[in-house]
Design a protein around this ligand. Structure first.
Ligand code: ADP
Ligand code: MG
Length: 168
């Protein structure tokens, strides 16, 4: 009697443990958002031989390189990529900068990749970027700031397919 009672208790305990584990897994999976984002190593960083250092920071952060290409943007390509900024006073300067030499375009993947990579890059202005971020380490000024990163999951989709249509 005693024995079967404790066997029943053990079975109930196992069931509770299983249910808890399954619930925790479901909650964790919900919290994880595997995203893609677009990174560009800009001409200033390519000119200064900083591709490897920046890639090393990216991989060190846990983000995965899904696809990567070396490309010298044409003026129409740079204008199209940065079309959202076409009314801004710095648009001409930005297009000139982004076309002055080759860049490395990279499709990154990871948990919350968009915000994770924005945090790794630091603020647009390298002088205001958190110490240890890519822009703080390798950016020169507000325009020549070493790298690009998508600013939302929606824009990331558009930007990744701009360079890697095969991934969408
Ligand atoms: P982010 O690259 O951080 O998303 P923005 O989307 O605002 O920043 O700007 C796009 C790029 O345009 C910046 O990374 C930088 O290269 C350039 N830029 C932004 N603001 C200025 C500015 N005031 N003067 C010159 N270049 C700028
Ligand atoms: Mg931006």
């Amino acid at each position: 009697m005693e024995r079967s009672h404790s066997a029943a208790n053990a079975a109930a305990d196992r069931k509770i443990t299983f249910t808890r584990t399954a619930t925790c897994k479901a909650v964790l999976e919900k919290q994880m958002a595997i995203e893609q984002t677009l990174s560009i190593i800009k001409p200033d960083a390519v000119e200064r031989n900083q591709i490897g250092a920046i890639l090393s920071m990216i991989e060190g952060s846990g983000l995965r390189v899904n696809a990567m290409r070396f490309v010298h943007l044409s003026k129409p390509q740079a204008e199209a990529f940065y079309a959202v900024h076409k009314e801004r006073p710095f648009f001409g300067e930005l297009v000139e900068f982004m076309t002055r030499g080759p860049v490395v375009v990279i499709a990154l993947e990871g948990d919350n990749a968009v915000s994770a990579y924005r945090a790794l890059m630091g603020a647009t202005d390298p002088a205001k970027a958190e110490p240890g971020t890519i822009r703080a380490k390798y950016g020169s000024n507000l325009g020549e700031n070493a790298c690009h990163g998508s600013d939302s999951a929606e824009n990331a989709k558009t930007e990744v397919s701009f360079f890697f249509p095969e991934l969408s």
